[in-house]
Every structure is written in structure tokens, then in C-alpha cells.
Design a protein around this ligand. Structure first.
Ligand code: FEO
Ligand code: CA
Ligand code: CA
Ligand code: CA
Length: 682
């Protein structure tokens, strides 16, 4: 029997996200206790941080003017590489904004075209069968495009005109919408195995055509599916540790699969990073060891947190009482080499374990690699990893081998923020000064990993292995700043400034929960904000300001970097970030609390139009906009969970996108281009 979806724990109203999305996407995180019960920040170092800030402001321009030249070459169209000098501020955002709507369609601006690139179930491997909703098998799904695609990357294939690799992550599955007659209490083995095969990542070749942005999948030699059962290698200080050993892996080095792959990043050496996010939800039962139970709580694992999917019935590794270390093997940044389908993907433990939304890279002029990552949970932290090794240029086998070890050696930091106007932050969102919400910050080192792969803990009372595996606890100990769900981080390739989407936090300032601060300035924050950081990328000091305090621009508690609020699109729940070739920030949303479908927005960052925010597209009913890619002539988005609405079912779909008629909804990647073949937004 199909369990009526309305009986699921109702979302607490932070956003318009459906209860069924909460249940299957993040294990009902909002319905459970906030995992972070640590004492919180200490304020001892404010004076030192302020003086460092002044120093940084003087030197930042020099550092930032030269960074990340290599990064652009790795992503986007070959013809997309432009320098900031070629465009003026705001170039690339000249389109008529799409109005908020509830259409069961992808709605794009006038003068733009769209098409679906690939949908759930479309063949990826050469012998894959065509998708058949009523007759799915795990064997077929393992060769087809997975479910609920989130991140996407488009990498030009050298020597192929209009040939690209499309890499997508498949974050989570939703049984009630995947299978007719799904019984949540009693999923069948075949259904569960289909779900395992529908998780992970896809690498698929796509072919463009002259004069349009259309992309068509090709059954090419790079095509690959990675699932919840594919082999992964652990590297870094937790590899081989007792904390990650299981009965299936006595050495603690090989993990079966990747789970809840949310957003990600492209490295300058052409690999893909993917964040394992809400991995906690797949585990059932309870830890026998009280210490493990306590640590599990900080990650939302075990006991009251359980939202079991029944997977433990078909693989004991999902049963905490049988395999208490299995969850320690998820929550990492994974790196996949999409150019070698036979390669074993890696989980980098030097980068810490938490609910990684993504990992995105900035390369400093001296070749140091900095990776930024948010922990997407209410009141959790922001992190960066600074490599000890320098990047090697060139695409030789030796350079690639070297570069793929860069994220195994270096220092992991967590962020602490201090507002400039603590007395003027009252929880209403009132702007505290002419310059808006501003402050300074410091990166507190947690873990240093050396050339031998061994870690050195920088946190009192924790071993290096413990800092790597229980990074949240390390952040608690050093007084990191509790943020409003840090999602995507994105360094601006043109200016080097770093942006963070903070989606929302309905619990901010409520009973017994942390109150507001200047970076998280609203109580019961429903609409989120976007943070702009001027970082000394390899150092420990930074300054910050809020670029956007999102919501209805007519509401007093919103802020668009000082731009005229009567001239912006409403925006709510910022989630994923991307840059176009002109240096504009593009933001996709998750859970619009303003009674419209989610969308994609372009924001001007520099010059007089700084803060101008325009909606470029909206996605269908019940869907979330993910994985934006904005190149010169193409915009790609992931349409995740179309039709995921609480009173919907397979028998009564809330969406028929993209196939129309009476079809079931299917998550998919969409490409958008200008009808006249011109540059996006120009
Ligand atoms: Fe998977 Fe933080 O969204
Ligand atoms: Ca999100
Ligand atoms: Ca997301
Ligand atoms: Ca991004």
C-alpha cells in the first residue's frame, strides 16, 4: 500500500519545501533536534582579528588580481574564456526577468529556447535499456541516468568540436515517486537495489550543435555510472583508522559507494569534486557504544534521528548495531576522474567529515589550492582546506597524478566571524550601517596533514583521526560561528572574492537556540542570505559583508547590497552558486518561501548596479533548481525533484514535466540558449 504522504512529519515552515522532500532529501533534518548543541563562540580574539583585517584590506588587491587563470580553462565552452576587462559591470544580465509563477514548466526569458539534455532513466552505458517506469530493474538503473540530479559540470573534450563531458550527481531517491504501490515500511529488495543504483554520479558525453545550445547525449567511451555500491578509496589521515574499519573492510581503505552527492566543483586539473551531504539518513538502528551514540547525535545519526529507508534489511552495513563505523565512511568530499572510466574515485579525509554541500576551488598565484566547503545544517560551520603542495601545470600523466594528491596534504580550517556592529543587530534584519552588514573573521586551523598522509591534530583533546572523522566536534571546540545552513561556496574567478549561500534557518533566535549575529541577522530566517568574503586565501584573516538578505524586496528585512529594491526580482532560499564569464553571480534556489516555484537568478556584483538581482528562469512545480552552469552561450540547470509535492503520488502526479501528457515527472538536466545564437544576457 502507498503510505499517504500527508502523514509524514510536516516541515516546520522554514520554506515552501514539501514534507516529502524533507523526508527523503535530508532525513527530515528540520523535524529533528538541531545537532549542534555546543556552547558556541568565544570573543577573545576580536582585537587581533581586527588588526589583521586592516592588514588584509591593504594587500588583498594584489593577491586577487592574478588568481585562478587555470580554472576557466577547465569549465565552460572553449569560447567562454573572457577577461573582466572585456566586459563592463552588469554585462551578461540583460534579459527580461521571469516573473514568479507556479507553472509546471521551465520558464525562460523572452527570446530564449530550452531543451532537456538527459532525464532520469535515459541510457548512459551502451547496453542500457530504454527507461520503462513500470518495469524498472536495478541492472537497468545502473546503466541509466540516476535520480534527482543535483550538481552538474560541462567539460570540453579536447579535439572534439562541440563535444563535452556532462557530469551530474544524483543526490537522493524518493521511493513513493519512483515506484507505483511503494510501501515505505516494506520496500522490496529490487526497489532498494534500484535506489542504490539511482544514487551516485553520471559521466556522459554530450554533443552540441552549431547555432543552438542544444546538447544531446552520446553513448561515448567516457560514459560511466558511479552508484551507492561502486568502489571508493579512502585517502588522508582517516584512511586505515580504526574509526573507519568494518567487517567488509578490515583495513579501513575501501568504501562501497557514495551517498547523497549534493553540489560539487570542477578542479583545474579536470576532475570533479562532489559533497556527500545528508548521509546520516540512510542508517537505522542504534550504536551499542555510548561514545559512538553521543558522536552520532552530532551528525543526526541513530536513535530519534532515524528516518530509516529499510536499506538495513538488505545490507547490514546500514544497521548501526551491526556496523557502527559504516557512517564514518560517508560525509566526505569525493574526487572522480571523469576522463578515466576505470579509475577508482577517492574520498579525501584530510578535508574533514560533515554534511558537505560541495567543495569549490581557488588557486592562488603561487599554485596553492584552496577548497571551500559549507556544512549544510542549521547552526553549522564553514570550512576551507589549504594545500601544502602546489598545482602542476600541463595535462601530462605526471602532472595529473601529482594534482590528484593535492587535496591529501594541507590544513583544514573552520570559520569564526565577528560583526562590526554587534549592538545594532536586533533580529529584524534592519541594516546596521551605510555599508550594510559587515565584519571580519578568522580561519581557525583544525588539522594538518603531512606528505606521509598522517595528520596532526590542532584541537586539544582530539586525535588527528578524530578531527578528520568528527570534524563538527572539532569546530565546536574552537568556537566556530554557527551559520544559517551554509550551502554552496563559490570563489569569483575574476575578483577572487568568495561567496556563500546561506539557505535559511527557521530556528535562529527561537527558544534555547542561538540568537542573531551580523552574518545571520534575522530571527526565524525563512529566506536566507548571501555572504561575500574577501579572503586571504592561504592565510587566516578575512573580511566579509552580506551581499543579499533575501526575500520579498518589498519587505523591510531584505537587502540587495544597497541596490534599489523596487528594481529586483524576489529571491528566497539561495542554494547553489555559479559565475558567468563576465563575473556575475548566478544563484539557484531551494524551497522558495514566497509562494513561487524555485528559480535561477543573476546578480551584478561590481559597479553602480551591484546588488541588481534578476530571475532568469523558474523550474516546474515541486522542483528545486540545482547545478547551474552559465557559459557564454548556454545556461544549464538541474531540475531536481519535479512534482515532489505532499499530496502527490504515482497515481496522482503533481507534475508531468518534462514529458507532458499523463507522464510521471522525471528529474533532468535542461539547457537554455538565446534564440539568435548570441551570448547569454548580452
Ligand atoms: Fe543538498 Fe544542501 O542541499
Ligand atoms: Ca539545499
Ligand atoms: Ca543543494
Ligand atoms: Ca557552485
Amino acid at each position: 500500500m502507498l503510505k499517504p504522504l500527508a502523514l509524514f512529519v510536516k516541515h516546520d515552515g522554514a520554506s515552501a519545501r514539501a514534507a516529502v522532500t524533507c523526508r527523503y532529501k535530508c532525513g527530515n533534518a528540520c523535524a529533528h533536534e538541531v545537532p549542534n548543541k555546543s556552547a558556541g563562540e568565544y570573543f577573545g580574539d576580536i582585537v587581533a582579528a581586527m588588526s589583521r583585517r586592516r592588514m588584509l584590506q591593504g594587500s588583498a588587491a594584489v593577491v586577487l588580481a592574478t588568481g585562478t587563470a587555470g580554472l576557466l580553462a577547465a569549465c565552460g565552452d572553449g569560447d567562454d574564456v573572457r577577461t573582466a576587462a572585456e566586459t563592463s559591470p552588469g554585462t551578461g544580465t540583460d534579459f527580461t526577468p521571469v516573473a514568479p509563477n507556479k507553472a509546471d514548466a521551465v520558464t525562460v526569458p523572452e527570446g530564449y529556447e530550452q531543451s532537456v539534455v538527459i532525464r532520469w532513466g535515459d541510457p548512459v552505458l551502451p547496453d542500457a535499456p530504454q527507461f520503462d517506469f513500470a518495469n524498472q530493474t536495478a541492472a537497468a538503473q545502473a546503466k541509466q541516468f540516476g535520480y534527482n540530479n543535483d550538481f552538474s559540470a560541462l567539460l570540453p573534450i579536447e579535439g572534439q568540436e562541440n563535444g563535452y563531458l556532462l557530469v551530474a550527481s544524483h543526490e537522493y531517491t524518493t521511493g513513493p515517486f519512483m515506484f507505483a504501490g511503494y510501501d515505505e515500511q516494506n520496500p522490496t529488495r529490487e526497489q532498494v537495489e534500484i535506489e542504490w543504483a539511482a544514487h551516485g554520479l553520471t559521466v556522459v558525453e554530450v554533443k552540441g550543435e552549431a547555432g543552438s545550445g542544444k546538447l544531446t547525449p552520446v553513448l561515448g567511451k567516457y560514459n560511466r555510472r558511479i552508484t551507492a555500491t561502486s568502489e571508493f578509496q579512502l585517502t588522508g589521515p582517516a584512511a586505515g583508522s580504526d574509526l573507519v574499519k568494518t567487517s567488509a573492510d578490515a583495513f579501513g581503505l575501501k568504501v562501497a559507494g557514495t551517498l547523497n552527492n549534493c553540489s560539487g566543483g570542477v578542479t583545474p586539473w579536470g576532475t570533479i569534486l562532489s559533497g556527500e551531504e545528508n548521509f546520516n539518513q540512510y542508517f537505522a538502528g542504534e550504536f551499542a557504544d555510548p561514545a559512538a551514540k553521543e558522536r552520532g547525535k552530532r551528525y543526526g545519526i541513530g536513535g530519534d534521528n532515524n528516518e530509516p529507508r529499510g536499506w538495513e534489511r538488505f545490507d547490514r552495513r546500514f544497521d548501526l548495531s551491526a556496523e557502527p563505523n559504516e557512517p564514518n565512511r560517508f560525509g566526505w568530499v569525493v574526487e572522480v576522474d571523469p576522463w578515466d572510466p576505470a579509475s577508482t574515485p577517492v574520498k579525501h579525509t584530510a578535508m574533514g567529515r560533515f554534511k558537505h554541500e560541495a567543495a569549490t576551488i581557488y588557486v592562488t598565484p603561487d599554485g596553492t589550492v584552496v577548497s571551500y566547503s559549507g556544512d549544510d545544517e542549521r547552526f553549522d560551520y564553514m570550512y576551507k582546506f589549504v594545500s601544502a603542495k602546489k598545482i602542476q601545470q600541463g595535462n601530462t600523466a605526471a602532472a595529473r597524478k601529482h594534482n590528484m594528491t593535492i587535496l591529501d596534504e594541507g590544513t583544514l580550517y573552520v570559520a569564526k566571524l565577528t560583526g562590526d556592529h554587534p549592538d545594532r543587530i536586533d533580529g529584524s534584519g534592519k541594516v546596521p550601517s551605510d555599508n550594510g552588514f559587515t565584519g571580519s573573521g578568522q580561519w581557525i586551523p583544525l588539522l594538518e596533514t603531512g606528505a606521509d598522509g598522517k595528520g596532526r591534530s590542532l584541537v586539544e583533546g582530539m586525535s588527528a583521526e578524530e578531527v578528520a572523522v568528527f570534524t563538527r566536534l572539532a569546530g565546536d571546540k574552537v568556537g566556530a560561528t554557527k551559520m544559517d545552513r551554509p550551502e554552496d561556496f563559490e570563489p569569483n574567478p575574476t575578483t577572487g572574492k568568495v561567496y556563500v549561500a546561506l539557505t535559511n534557518n527557521s530556528k535562529r533566535g527561537t527558544d534555547g537556540k542561538p540568537g542573531v549575529d551580523e552574518a545571520n541577522p534575522r530571527n526565524q530566517n525563512k529566506n536566507g542570505q548571501v555572504l561575500e568574503i574577501v579572503d586571504d586565501h592561504t592565510g587566516t584573516a578575512f573580511t566579509w559583508s552580506l551581499l543579499l538578505v533575501c526575500g520579498d524586496p518589498q519587505a523591510a528585512d531584505t537587502y540587495f547590497a544597497g541596490f534599489d529594491k523596487s528594481k529586483v526580482s524576489p529571491i528566497s532560499c539561495p542554494d547553489n552558486l555559479a559565475f558567468d564569464p563576465h563575473g556575475n553571480l548566478w544563484i539557484s534556489t531551494d524551497g522558495n518561501a514566497l509562494k513561487s516555484n524555485d528559480g535561477l537568478f543573476a546578480v551584478t556584483l561590481e559597479g553602480e548596479r551591484r546588488g541588481e538581482t534578476k530571475q532568469f528562469l523558474t523550474v516546474p512545480v515541486g522542483a528545486e533548481t540545482c547545478g547551474p552552469i552559465v557559459t557564454d552561450r548556454r545556461v544549464l540547470v538541474s531540475v531536481q525533484h519535479p512534482g515532489e509535492v505532499d499530496d502527490a503520488s504515482v497515481e496522482k502526479p503533481a507534475s508531468h514535466w518534462p514529458d507532458g501528457g499523463s507522464a510521471q515527472p522525471r528529474p533532468a538536466v535542461v539547457t537554455v540558449w538565446k534564440q539568435d545564437g548570441g551570448s547569454i544576457g548580452v
